[in-house]
Write a protein that binds this ligand. Structure first.
Ligand code: DAH
Length: 452
């Protein structure tokens, strides 16, 4: 969403303004909404922006990141122990996500991180709002200011994050990110610490094991910050690159059990994030493909100012845990992370991300949902959310297969193909029919469409 996980899908995406989406939503949602909703034991007033759904609310107490033996927890722990290995010059503080509410203000999620006011990430199409003052965090960066304000110079923070998205094997509206950062004082002592850190990190990783392609340059498009001393920033970038390369070697060679014969290929490319500059994306060559792994950069001074941290500079990174765990274990469908089936859970144990052994693939059942729109368009994410509300994790993917305008009355018709499949058992025809009937009826209620 922020330049890392998804590039804008349509040209119009980038121009979607807050006001427009707000209006579209009110026109498209004729259902009455309750005056308030219960979330994690609290009661919150709703308003025209409320788009959080029951299926999303039900995920909030799950806390996969805190379950020993769950692949998300295993990966989190592997990264934490890598950064805090014996002898490391700085200690990374790793607070539990339990002490941070997943409900954040637009200030925390966007403003304090220098997001422009028209950034698409703010829209109701991309994010889950409880009301206009509160949304589900869309990234772990939402807690950067609190984490920097806690006084720790180096920290790692892992939690669930929420984004409205399509339905397929690699997209789920809840996933997990880890955010990491390290800052140094700009005085002589701080710079000495930074140089020590660079030396340590360089020697802790065997540089022969890496083949780095560095395509980054500092220029007007990816500049230094005005108040920064370029010489100090160059050291920060060196520390960032060494730290991330060492982590990638740990994950994609040691944890993946890949032989040491060939070096690991890592590629650094320029990127844009509102809250870092210069910014980078890092890719790894794994199983014959270049894979985007994380985003990172030099922390915007504005973020540190909001945390009341003065005369420091440093780096931050953010990565998606499901994506990395799926690559390392070959887990084929992101829904499996939410499975309670022991055939899934019993396959993993602390300290190891072993290859996933598929236990069975149950039959799929396709059903089409066709309707006439009440107006010119409908947000696809509204369709995906209502399908999830009816089918939960029994929906594997949803795809638009037809879109036409009737020549006589100019009405627009859409057809979505919904693929129902359980990961744990066979579904009966009656069960799927029942779910599909609910999907059709909720489409009428929520979107005002006419089922064909
Ligand atoms: N928050 C970004 C996202 O969700 C990821 C990210 C990029 C985090 C760069 C960072 C960073 O800390 O420096 O797409």
């Amino acid at each position: 969403m922020f330049g890392l996980r998804r590039p804008p899908k349509h040209a119009s995406h980038a121009f979607r303004s807050w006001t427009n989406t707000f209006l579209r939503r009110s026109l498209a949602a004729p259902t009455s909404r309750p005056p308030s909703i219960e979330i994690l034991g609290g009661t919150y007033p709703t308003d025209e922006t409320t788009n959080i759904t029951p299926s999303i609310i039900s995920k909030l107490p799950e806390r996969l990141y805190s379950r020993p033996g769950h692949p998300i927890h295993i990966l989190k722990s592997l990264i934490e122990s890598h950064f805090n290995q014996h002898g490391a010059p700085s200690t990374f503080h790793c607070p539990s996500a339990d002490s941070f509410s997943p409900l954040v203000t637009p200030k925390q999620n966007f403003d304090d991180l220098s997001f422009p006011s028209d950034h698409p990430g703010r829209s109701l199409q991309d994010s889950y709002y409880v009301n206009r003052d509160l949304l589900l965090r869309t990234h772990t960066s939402a807690h950067e200011v609190e984490l920097f304000a806690s006084g720790h110079n180096s920290w790692l923070f892992t939690s669930d994050v929420y984004r409205r998205d399509e339905i397929d094997a690699s997209h789920y509206p809840v996933f997990h990110q880890m955010e990491g950062a390290s800052v140094f004082s700009t005085n002589v002592t701080g710079m000495k610490d930074l140089v020590d850190n660079i030396e340590y990190t360089r020697y802790a990783t065997d540089q022969k094991d890496l083949e780095i392609e560095d395509l980054t340059v500092i220029n007007d498009e990816n500049p230094y910050q005005l108040d920064h001393d370029p010489e100090q920033v160059d050291l920060v970038i060196e520390s960032l690159k060494l730290s991330i390369n060492g982590l990638l070697l740990k994950l994609f060679r040691d944890a993946a059990g890949v032989s040491r014969a060939d070096p690991l290929r890592v590629r650094w490319i320029p990127a844009y994030f509102p809250f870092t500059t210069p910014s980078y994306e890092v890719e790894v060559f794994f199983n014959g493909k270049w894979l985007e792994i994380l985003g990172c950069g030099v922390v915007q001074d504005a973020t540190l100012q909001h945390a009341n941290v003065k005369n420091k500079l440093g780096w931050a990174f953010g990565l998606g845990l499901e994506r990395i765990a799926m690559i390392l274990t070959s887990i084929p469908d992101i829904r499996l992370f939410w499975s309670k089936d022991h055939r899934f859970l019993s396959q993993f144990s602390s300290g190891n991300l072993t290859k996933f052994q598929p236990y069975s693939k149950y039959p799929a059942c396709y059903k089409d949902l066709s309707f006439w729109l009440p107006g010119p368009t409908v947000e696809h994410n509204d369709v995906f959310d209502l399908v999830r509300d009816c089918a939960g994790d029994l929906v594997e993917n949803v795809e638009l297969i037809d879109d036409f305008i009737h020549p006589k009355n100019q009405k627009r018709s859409l057809c979505f193909r919904i693929n129902y499949r359980s990961m744990d058992r066979s579904l009966s025809n009656e069960e799927v029919n029942e779910i599909h009937t609910r999907v059709a009826s909720l489409s009428k209620d929520r979107l005002g469409v006419e089922i064909r």
